[in-house]
Every structure is written in C-alpha cells, then in structure tokens.
Design a protein around this ligand. Sequence first.
Ligand code: FES
Length: 575
Amino acid sequence: MVPSVTAGGVAERESLVHAASLEKLRESGRLVTAVAGHTVALFLDGDDVRAVDNRCPHMGFPLHRGTCGDGILTCHWHHARFDLETGGTFDPWADDLRTFPVEVADGEIFIDPRPRHDVEAHQRRRLRDGLERDLPLVLAKGVLVVDTREALRIGIEFGTTFRRDGWGRGLTILACMANLLPMLEAEDVPRATYHALAAVAEESAAEPARFALRPLPESQAPAETLARWFRRFVEVRDADGAERCIVSAVRASASKEELARMLFAAATDHRYLEGGHVLDFTNKALEALDAAGWDLAETALGSLARGLSEAERMEESNAWRHPVDLIEILEGAFAELSAALAGPRQPWDGRSRLVDLVLGDDPAAIASALVEALRNGASEVDVASAVTLAAALRIARFPTSNEFGDWDTALHTFTFANAVEQGLRRAPSPELVRGVFDAAMSVYLDRFLNVPATRLPAGEAGAVLDDFAPLLDRQQQVDEAGALVASYVRDGGHYAPLQATLAHLLLREDRNFHTIQSIEAAFRQVERLGDGDDATLMLIAAARYLAAHAPTARAENQTFEIARRLHRGERIYEE
Ligand code: FES
C-alpha cells in the first residue's frame, strides 16, 4: 500500500519540501535527512510516514536512534516517550517533540518545515509545567525564551497561589533576584530568573495548595479601619481574618503606601517576628510587586497573612528577656517615640557615634541614643541607615573562628535592618520605627560574633576583578575576599563591575537563601549610600559572606548551562 498524506497536521502544498524517497525509507524503516536547516527523522509507522525533529526536546539525543513501536517513539538517553503522530510526550520533564506535516506523492516524501507554534507561548506554558512539577531544566529552558518580567509574574502567581503557607523563602529569593537584575551582565539575567523560579518551584513542591480568601463583599470600609482590624486579627493569630482585611484593602484601592503601612505596623506590633523573617518577607513582597506589577497585589499580599499571624514573637524568647529584659527597655523607648518624632526632621551629624553605640554592650544606652537622635531631628531613615551599617559591620568583622552557623545569625540582623530601612523609605510611620529599635537590639545580641573582631581590610595595590572567581573556587577564603574588595576599590575600581562580578559568582553557586539575601541587601545599601567607605564596607561584608559559603557543587548552574547550550543549538550528546 502506498502512504498518502499522513502525520503532523495539514501540509500546505506550496510550503512542501522534498525530504526523501519512500523506497529508501522502507529499506530501514527510519531515515535522517536535512530539510530547510532542520535535521529531520523520518519513521515508517505501519503504513504512515512520520517526520519529527531529530533532536530530542529533553537534551538533544538523536531520536533516529530511539525505539519506535506501537506508535510510540522512545528516546534512548533518558527514555522519554513520545506519541509519534502528534509529538506529545508522556514525560512532562522532556517536553513535546516537534513534528512536521508530511505528504507523499509519486513515491516521494515531502514535509512542511515551517514553524507551527508560538515558541514564547509554548515556553510560558512550560514555565508553569516546571513550577508545578519542580523541573529545573524546564524552567531554565523557559526563561531563555520568555520575557523576564513575564517569567517573574508567572513565578509570583504560582508561588502565592499554590503554597498553603504563603510567602516564604522561595518567593523572597525571587524578589532578591528581581532586585539584582539591573546590576547583572546581560547573560546573567536569565540565570538569575531561572534561580528565582526554581526556588519557588522547589519550595512549593509537594506542599498543600493555598485557597485564597475573597475580599469582603462590596466593602466600603476605609483603609484605616481595615488596617486596624488587620492588626487586631494578627494580634490574636487569626490568619483568615487578617487575610480578608488585606485583600479587601487591595480591592478597595488602598494606596501602595497605605498597604505598606498596614503590613509594617502588624509586622512590628511584636518584637523581631520569626527572627526578622516576617518583616523581611513583607518588604520583599512589596519590592516584588514593584518589579512585576501591582495588579498581583491581592494574591501576593494576602499570602503574607499566615506568616504574620503565626510568627514567633521575641517577647516569648529567653534571649530577649534574660539576663537583660530588652522588651522592657524597648517599651520604655516606644513610649517616647511620638514626642521624639513631633519636631521637624533636619540634617543630622550623629551617624558615626550612633553606629559605635549600637555596636556596644549597653542596650538601654542604645535605645536612649536612638530616641535622642530622633528627638534631635534625625530622619527615621537616617537612624535606620546607621543601624543597618552597624549590622553590616558584624558581618564585615565576623571572625572565622566563630561557629559556621553563626553567619546566619549575623545575616538575619543585617537583612532585617535593611528591610526596615527600605520600608521606611517607602512608607515611613511611627509604628515601623519600632523595627529600627528591634534591629539595634539584635545587633546588640550579636555582639559575641565580633569577639575577637576581624580588622577591616585596608587593601593593597594590584587587585583585579578576574581574581575573584579563582579565589571563590577554594573554601573559606573569607578574609581574602574582603581584602580583594578593599584592594579593588583602593585602586579606583568602580562598584558596578564589582557588583556584577559578585552577582555572577553568586549565581554560579547552588542557591543558598542567606547568601542571596546578603548580596541583595548589601547591593541595595550601596544603591542608597553611593560612593564612600560605608558602601565599600557593604561590599566587603557581601564578599566575605559569599566566600564563606563557596564553593558549592554548582549543580543548579550546570542545569542552566545545559539549557543554554540546547537553546544555542549546541550538542550535549557526543559520541
Ligand atoms: S530523553 Fe532524550 S535526551 Fe533525554
């Protein structure tokens, strides 16, 4: 029997290109041929001729070497299976196989090589597949095609919809990556986006779904009423009530500042919630919306309610109660806040003195100094910035004789302090100023991490950016990395290429939540501080933290590089 028009959809006659003779295909049942720049595998499937892209969509194995039977083509590398007629896969990690419409006439096979799919639309769907099934390679392939902002939006929508516990580390990594994007070399942009989505997928894998609450029906409640109710519900750990308030406020068109104040007030009604993570996540959710679009606010901000309501409050912790009752000190300071903030804000020159005090060992004096600075007209941001610098100094002076896990302690304080400062820049409020005091108390509690304090590096001549990568191929080059930053800056090196280099080195490592946070917060600080010693210190702290946590196995970057090579049409499979 002579086959006629067969697989792969309807061919348009004027687009048909000759591929092979039917007789030749019959000799072996399969053939490889080049058609219009494509390497095409032809198969005889019973009486039908099938034409498919010879590169397996998974990792490029030549499919003419696969097994064909009962209408199913099986790749011989990782055993992905495809419906030979449509190209649809039975293994979602592999992707559907491209097929070509075929026509047979007068014993000759013709195929239509024109693209039939919208490649970007297909990869958008694949990003969702990758998020649902936690498939890093699929995500890496997707971000190389899909617009970066669109990819981030897909990640935010997925993470805030499908994880019962709501906003967590995965989405926070996504927000950090979004903030880093403008500082990256172009080729690192999809790499960062891949890490962002892979972190969300990893955290959501096997988690129960979140069923978001709808806003109050046609509520006319003003934003301040919803904010008051919100804080009241968080106070009694009622996550549902709190979520309904926040989504109602979004639906009622509360401004970005009103929403931020509402969230930050609840996040500072108790002390240093969940080791600082709650306020940091809140700030990151707001920053993610800045990057990806505030039309995602209802789901994104609603996803914060559970974390806020269930967080551990440091009033309940021993360290904040004994041997010194920090809560009592803080409550005394808070009672003075409204008077201290009553006057006009004005230029203030007490930054260095305040930083030294915050790094000291007298919590009552620290709290008094903060109140005093505000009373003297320092802005909320000025005071917050001084505390953030003190927190960064804990990392910059962290001796490697400490226990390794203590890096995390110093990091928590620094990222919390940075989040409070960023929040105050966004939407200042007396409530959020309490966060500055919490951060200062945490810097005080971390004082044992600087005993003995490592000396800040002075820098030597001759450092170049190319020195960083080999340095971070070796373990525990902490002091060397800090010294390299100091030397590079001393030699007149600019921050932007240094930041791009450090970010590149971060992205080549396997994801470590705290390392990502440290780099992102330090870069955010540099953005605010401009040139100068304080900005350099932030980069010294970031480089030291990164060096303490490098090298990793770099398996995640290898997955990204495989996707990149496939995207460029390079071969992964070699004989
Ligand atoms: S299954 Fe085909 S290359 Fe992996």
